[in-house]
Design a protein around this ligand. Sequence first.
Ligand SMILES: Nc1ncnc2c1ncn2[C@@H]1O[C@H](COP(=O)(O)OP(=O)(O)OP(=O)(O)O)[C@@H](O)[C@H]1O
Ligand SMILES: [Mg+2]
Length: 295
Amino acid sequence: MEDQAENLREIMRKKRGASEPAQDKPKEGKRARVITITSGKGGVGKTNVSVNMALAYARLGKKVVVMDADLGMANVNVMLNMIPKWSLYHVIRKQKTMKEIMVETEYGISIVAGASGFSKIANLTEDERMNFIEELDTLSNADIIIIDTSAGVSSNVLDFIAAADDAVIVTTPEPTAITDAYGIIKIIATEIDSLNMGLKLVVNRVRTVAEAKKVADRITNSAGQFLNLKVDYLGFIYEDTVVSHAVLRQRPFMVIDPKCKASLCIQHIVGRMEKSDIKESGGFGNMIKRIFSGN
Ligand SMILES: Nc1ncnc2c1ncn2[C@@H]1O[C@H](COP(=O)(O)OP(=O)(O)OP(=O)(O)O)[C@@H](O)[C@H]1O
Ligand SMILES: [Mg+2]
């Protein structure tokens, strides 16, 4: 499998050398930080966290791309009231490049729309997968790539987690969400060979700091005790009516009210992310390894 990944890299290198203009290459020493947002249970706030974290990063002067990796039911564009003409579907089908489908929003972030109605990446042919990975690599010009995934563990979600420098698991205090958050951490621990990424936890929709801490302790302690895995508690987001109001208006809550409780929490979370280091061997190299490890 290593050989296969090595071959792929070689092909990609050659292809690029022959066809790609120099200005498209990432600057020397610069690499995008890839943050994958995921959860066990659906509807816990992943898309809100993805989009609003992106805005908080943009406020710090970062160039941010949000990629909607939900290949079944895309929703980043819905949250931003955008109807993109092209999506990942066209990239996978080689009709468009990732750069061509990337759209700038009025909020200073760019988005790559998901492919509604598309099945798992695992079902793509090798050629299609290679094209997809190559295309992902061209987004490396950004500072931050936030990948919003669908809930649960399909193999494409695991690919996106393996590709990340940081995997942020979102949960709420609901017992089912907690159980499922632990469940996905367990799957990550068993399915992804070398965990080169930082595993981080966000507790959404809490009423008090103490409630958030209790939920975080439960999950991080269990992961440590039973899986021997370090999960960092990144922070919490208050239950806030501005969030559902913003969703209805199809505008990010960071835009509707940058000073509301949820917005302040998101900014705190991004502040903590900025303080945590990227592990060296995460990112796209990992994505290639993972995709060619047979899953
Ligand atoms: N902090 C919050 N306060 C109040 N409501 C919230 C909060 N976070 C999320 N919600 C509500 O939960 C809904 C679902 O959020 P979101 O779409 O971000 O979840 P998701 O995890 O991306 O869902 P899916 O698994 O379907 O992709 C939102 O429409 C909003 O109404
Ligand atoms: Mg979502």
